[in-house]
Design a protein around this ligand. Sequence first.
Ligand code: NI
Length: 156
Amino acid sequence: MGLRNIVIQGDPILKKKSRKVEKFDERLNILIEDMKETLKEENGVGLAAVQVGVLKRVIVVNMDGEIVELINPEIVEQSGTQEDLEGCLSCPGEYGITRRPMKVKVKALNKDGKMVEYTKDALLARCFCHEIDHLDGIIFKEKALRMLSPDELRKE
Ligand code: NI
């Protein structure tokens, strides 16, 4: 177990669609533990498996200090809209404004294969959408209403 390298934009794997997890085995557990460690080390809010080079539908999200895994996550309900600043560990130093739902309900499985459900708003709703997009090969920049200019970045 340990830290994994983050795949940086330009690597074609980031454009690929991740596959559903069907086997809940030790290999999956190790991937999840490594992703949690890596997210913690990077001080990120969320991380998708493709960002460590694994095309499986797994994301980890920091929910108020606790890092939780979501396997085969799906947004089952959404409401409202928000426009806010977004970045990505795979796009260091780049930030943009995206439009996302204000609130989302996500269904997923945990590492034991049990159904879990989270309803979150604001930052975490954005994070769920951002990470699930990664599983479909979409990077936030493609959806950004605009990216921040170097001048604006200096002020952030
Ligand atoms: Ni990202």
